[in-house]
Design a protein around this ligand. Structure first.
Ligand SMILES: CSCCC(=O)/C(O)=C/O
Ligand SMILES: [Fe+2]
Length: 181
């Protein structure tokens, strides 16, 4: 099961857990109503035949997919890429990632500007909504391999905060009001 917790304010190494003391964890149902982030468990060893993934792909129209490996060896321009992943940003489209190997953290803002840290490991499929401020970091294992899904021609562009005037941001905030009602 995926683990989610509120982060502390410590600015040391981003790859550490950064749990508050005492830890404040969150259930997936609450993560959804508070942020719109969705989570699915997939059989990463046979993802092409995973029923849940097949359904997601057809229901949501994911017609593009590729793979990204984040490690010093495999990711071109590694240091700069990791820096840009960890800068607070949003996208005009959902960010859909299925972890095949390794692990990492997706951090998302809740409506009160707190950081929620979502630990992802093999078999975790996470959908980060368009318009939510978020960031990604490797953990101390320094390795993750993930599949990326997209509807249509992929747009990976991160829009760094502040991006409050963007339509996708406004739409996200409106959706959040409905989700938490
Ligand atoms: C594990 S995928 C790497 C992170 C990424 O693709 C992204 O867009 C972060 O916001
Ligand atoms: Fe992103």
């Amino acid at each position: 099961m995926v683990n989610v917790w509120y982060m502390d304010n410590d600015t040391s190494d981003q790859r550490l857990e950064h749990k508050r003391q005492p830890p404040t964890c969150m259930e997936l149902a609450e993560l959804y109503t508070k942020t719109g982030v969705e989570y699915f468990k997939i059989n990463a060893d046979d993802y092409e035949n995973d029923k849940e993934l097949m359904e997601l792909r057809s229901q949501r129209g994911y017609n593009f997919e590729d793979e990204i490996t984040c490690s010093e060896k495999c990711l071109p321009d590694y240091a700069n890429k990791l820096k840009s992943f960890y800068a607070e940003h949003l996208h005009t489209d959902e960010e859909i990632r299925l972890v095949l190997e390794g692990s990492g953290y997706f951090d998302v803002r809740d409506s009160e500007e707190n950081w929620l840290r979502i630990q992802v490991v093999k078999g975790d499929l996470i959908i980060i909504p368009a318009g939510i401020y978020h960031r990604f970091t490797l953990d101390t294992n320094n390795y993750i391999k993930a599949r990326r899904y997209f509807v249509g021609e992929p747009v990976w562009t991160p829009h760094n905060r502040p991006a409050d005037d963007m339509d996708c941001r406004k739409a996200y905030l409106e959706r959040l009001v409905q989700l938490s009602a």
